[in-house]
Write a protein that binds this ligand. Structure first.
Ligand SMILES: [Zn+2]
Length: 520
C-alpha cells in the first residue's frame, strides 16, 4: 500500500492561531503526543537565538522520539547575499534538526510587490539555499509559498521555482495554498501538473489553509493527484481560519483512500490525542468536529439509534472505535469498563468487576458536569483509587477562608486561613499570596508540611482556567487544570465548580493527595 506522510506544523504555523500560546514544556508535550500518534515530521519552528526557541531546540535535541523526525523552519537566503553569508540560514543549517523546511517564493506578484527581486535571482535564492542546507548534511523540504496563486498567474514560472528546489537536492517540494482560497478541483489539477513535470525524483507535498473551508478537501485532492506528504495541524490550529486539520485528513487517507499512514493502534488513539492537544493549547474542544468530536457518532433517540443498533453502518460513515471515538452520547475515551481496568492496572491497582462498573458511572456523571480527565491523569488515578479501596486521605478539611482586599491606593492584598486535621492533630495556618489560589496553597502547605515534609518540594508548574458553557455568563462552570512537579515527575489534576476558588482548591488538593499516595 502506498504511504502518505504527515507533517505537523502546530509549533510554527499553528502558533499563529487566535489565543495560541505555549510554554516550552507544553511544546515538548505536543511533540510527544504527535510522536505517539505516529506523525512522521514535526516542525518545531525557527531555531533562532531568542532564549525561548533556543531552550526548545536544546530540549528537543535530547528528546528520544519513536516515530517523528524534527524539522527546523527557515527561509531561502535574502536577495543579493550569498547563502553562506546569510545569518538566518546559517542558524537553521546549524540546528540539530535533521530536516530543514525552507520556504521560498513562487508567485511573481510577491517578487514584484514584497521582496522586489527579479525572477532569475529568486530561482538562484531557492537553488543556493537548498544546496547550502544539503551541504550541511540536512534533508530539505521546500515549501513553495503561494504556489497555487503563482501557478494560476504564471504556471511556467511557478514550476521553474519548484524545479529549482528539486534540482538542488530537496527531497520534498510542498505546494502551499498560503492564502487558503483555492478550491479542490484546481488544487488537484495543479498538483498533477507538478507531479508530471518533476517526475519520480522528488516527493510532492501539500500545505493548505482553510480560508475557503476547503483545506482538508484540498489536501485530499492533492494526494489523489500524487502528493505523498501532507502538512497541517491536528485540530486545524492556525492563523485566520486555520491550517488543514490533520485529525480529519489522517482517517480519510487511511480508512477511506487506503493509504498507509500510521498503525491501527495509533489511529485508534486519534480522538484522545486531539482532545489532549486541545487541553494543552487551552482550546475548547469542538463537540461537532468530524471524526473526533463528542457528537461525531452521537445519535438522537428514535429511528437513527434503532438503525444503529440493528447495523451501525446504517447511520455511521465508519466505526468510531477505529479513530478512538465512541458511539454513546455522553461516553468518553476513558469510559469503557475494560479501558478503566487497564488504566487501573497501569497504576498498580486491582479493580474488580463491580468497582470498575462504579468507576464508569462516576466518570460519566463527572464528565457530564465538565470534568475532562485526558489532561488530568492524576485526578483520574485518585478516582480509581477510591473505588479500589486503596485511598488514604492526606488530611481532613475543617474550613478555609480567603479574603482579597483592594484599597484606594491600588494595592491588592490576599490572605487565606485554613483549619485542617492531619493524623489526629489540628492545625490552623494563615498565609498571604499574590492571589487567592496562591494564598490558599501556601496556607494549606503550612498546615500539613509538619507531618509530610516532602510535600513542601512540590511545585505548581501550570494553572489553566476555562469557563465551560460561556452562554450562561456568571452561572457558568469553571474548570481548572493544574500541573505539578516534584522535580522528577509531573502530574495533572482537575477541579470543576461554579466557584473558581472551589475548582482551584479541588485541583490543588488532588495534586497534593496524588503525591502523597503510596506507590510501588
Ligand atoms: Zn501555512
Amino acid at each position: 500500500m502506498a504511504q502518505v506522510k504527515l507533517y505537523d506544523t502546530t509549533l510554527r504555523d499553528g502558533m499563529g492561531g487566535h489565543g495560541m500560546s505555549l510554554s516550552v514544556e507544553e511544546k515538548l508535550k505536543v511533540v510527544q503526543a504527535l510522536d505517539a500518534l505516529g506523525v512522521q515530521f514535526i516542525e518545531a519552528g525557527f531555531p533562532s537565538s531568542n532564549p525561548k526557541e533556543a531552550e526548545l531546540f536544546g530540549r528537543l535535541a535530547e528528546l528520544e522520539l519513536a516515530n517523528s523526525t524534527i524539522a527546523a523552519f527557515g527561509m531561502t537566503r535574502r536577495g543579493g547575499v550569498a547563502a553562506a553569508e546569510d545569518p538566518a540560514l546559517a542558524t537553521v543549517a546549524e540546528s540539530f534538526a535533521p530536516v530543514v523546511c525552507l520556504v521560498g517564493k513562487s508567485w511573481r506578484l510577491h517578487l514584484e510587490k514584497v521582496i522586489r527581486v527579479p525572477e532569475p535571482e529568486n530561482l538562484a535564492m531557492i537553488r543556493d539555499s537548498v544546496a547550502f542546507c544539503r551541504s550541511a548534511g540536512k534533508r530539505v523540504v521546500f515549501d513553495a509559498e503561494h504556489f497555487f496563486d503563482g501557478y494560476r498567474d504564471d504556471a511556467g514560472f511557478a514550476l521553474e521555482c519548484v524545479r529549482a528546489a528539486a534540482d538542488a537536492g530537496a527531497e520534498n517540494v510542498t505546494l502551499c495554498d498560503t492564502n487558503g482560497g483555492s478550491l479542490p478541483a484546481f488544487v488537484g489539477e495543479a498538483t498533477a501538473a507538478v507531479v508530471e513535470a518533476l517526475g519520480e525524483g522528488v516527493e510532492i507535498g501539500i500545505h493548505t489553509h482553510n480560508d475557503a473551508e476547503c483545506a482538508v478537501a484540498n489536501s485530499l485532492a492533492a494526494v489523489e493527484a500524487g502528493a505523498r506528504l501532507v502538512q497541517g495541524t491536528v485540530n486545524g490550529y492556525g492563523e485566520r481560519c486555520g491550517n488543514a486539520n490533520l485529525a480529519s485528513i489522517l482517517p480519510a487517507l487511511q480508512l477511506k483512500m487506503g493509504f498507509d499512514v500510521v498503525s491501527e493502534e495509533q489511529l485508534a488513539s486519534l480522538t484522545a490525542t486531539a482532545h489532549y492537544l486541545d487541553e494543552l493549547c487551552n482550546m475548547a474542544a469542538d463537540p461537532d468536529q468530524a471524526y473526533v468530536g463528542r457528537n461525531a457518532f452521537a445519535h438522537k433517540a428514535g429511528m437513527h439509534a434503532a438503525g444503529v443498533a440493528a447495523d451501525a453502518s446504517t447511520f455511521e460513515h465508519l466505526d468510531p472505535a477505529r479513530v478512538g471515538n465512541d458511539r454513546e452520547i455522553l461516553a468518553s475515551e476513558l469510559s469503557g469498563k475494560a479501558t478503566i481496568r487497564t488504566q487501573a492496572q497501569q497504576a498498580g491497582l486491582e479493580l474488580d468487576e463491580e468497582a470498575a462498573a462504579r468507576a464508569v458511572e462516576r466518570l460519566k456523571e463527572r464528565e457530564h458536569r465538565g470534568y475532562h480527565y485526558e489532561a488530568a491523569p492524576a485526578s483520574f488515578e485518585l478516582l480509581l483509587r477510591q473505588e479500589a479501596g486503596s485511598y488514604a486521605p492526606l488530611f481532613r478539611l475543617e474550613s478555609f477562608r480567603v479574603t482579597t482586599e483592594k484599597r484606594a491606593d491600588g494595592k491588592v492584598e490576599t490572605e487565606a486561613t485554613i483549619k485542617v486535621e492531619v493524623d489526629g492533630e489540628h492545625y490552623e495556618r494563615s498565609a498571604e499570596g499574590n492571589g487567592p489560589v496562591n494564598a490558599l496553597d501556601r496556607a494549606l502547605r503550612a498546615a500539613i508540611v509538619d507531618g509530610h515534609p516532602h510535600l513542601a518540594d512540590i511545585e505548581l508548574t501550570n494553572y489553566k482556567v476555562r469557563i465551560l458553557d460561556e452562554t450562561h455568563g456568571t452561572d457558568a462552570v469553571t474548570r481548572v487544570l493544574l500541573d505539578s512537579s516534584d522535580g522528577e515527575r509531573e502530574w495533572g489534576t482537575i477541579g470543576v465548580s461554579e466557584n473558581i476558588i472551589e475548582a482551584s482548591w479541588e485541583a490543588l488538593v488532588d495534586s497534593l493527595e496524588y503525591a502523597f499516595q503510596p506507590r510501588g
